[in-house]
Design a protein around this ligand. Structure first.
Ligand SMILES: Nc1ncnc2c1ncn2[C@@H]1O[C@H](COP(=O)(O)OP(=O)(O)OP(=O)(O)O)[C@@H](O)[C@H]1O
Length: 171
């Protein structure tokens, strides 16, 4: 049981380092993270309904997931071909970048669908849905955003933690 726990902790450590590496080294990932936080803040500010929040979360995480996979593919290709140019390396990298682009387009569509009306109302009349902590939608959203903030703080702490073992490459 103790061994299983250690193994789980080690796997989580590897996964965290993978995420930290991507956030630290990939400019696009940094942009996605900042955008994700802004969008979640906007969702909270405009108190968008629970179903819409789910859509936003899904699309935001899809972009983050695919950017991480894109980095894995880029590094694998670099590992295989090194400095050499190869048409298949180009296909692999372009296709991986295409997957991120698909997800980014989806998140823009979701953003327009979810935010257009409440944002329009707010800009026109300064009106927004009131947030009542007893309202289950808002409470659930508040808790989710709080959870996300804790996750981001933890991630930042991991990124700035002095590394015990240097990663190869530029990370
Ligand atoms: N070894 C290679 N052989 C052929 N084309 C390549 C090779 N490496 C990169 N490319 C081309 O250059 C593009 C950019 O590749 P690069 O590895 O620089 O990614 P990047 O600029 O870090 O991408 P991103 O901005 O998405 O992180 C690829 O999408 C591909 O079209």
């Amino acid at each position: 049981m103790r061994n299983e726990w250690q193994r789980l902790k080690r796997s989580l450590g590897h996964a965290t380092r993978g995420i930290c590496y991507t956030v630290k080294t990939q400019r696009n990932m940094q942009i996605h993270v900042v955008m994700a936080l802004l969008v979640l803040f906007l969702g909270w500010f405009l108190a968008v309904p629970k179903g819409d929040v789910l859509l936003v979360f899904f699309s935001v995480f899809l972009v983050l997931i695919l950017e991480t996979v894109n980095t894995a593919i880029e590094k694998t290709v670099d590992l295989v071909v090194g400095e050499k140019r190869h048409p298949l390396a180009k296909v692999a990298k372009d296709a991986a970048a295409g997957a991120v682009l698909f997800a980014a387009i989806l998140s823009i569509l979701v953003g327009v669908y979810v935010f257009f009306e409440p944002l329009w109302q707010f800009i026109q009349n300064g009106e927004r849905r009131m947030i009542h902590i007893r309202d289950r939608d808002s409470a659930a959203f508040f808790l989710t955003v709080a959870g996300m903030c804790i996750f981001v703080l933890w991630l930042v702490a991991q990124i700035f933690r002095p590394e015990k073992r240097r990663m190869t490459d530029d990370g």
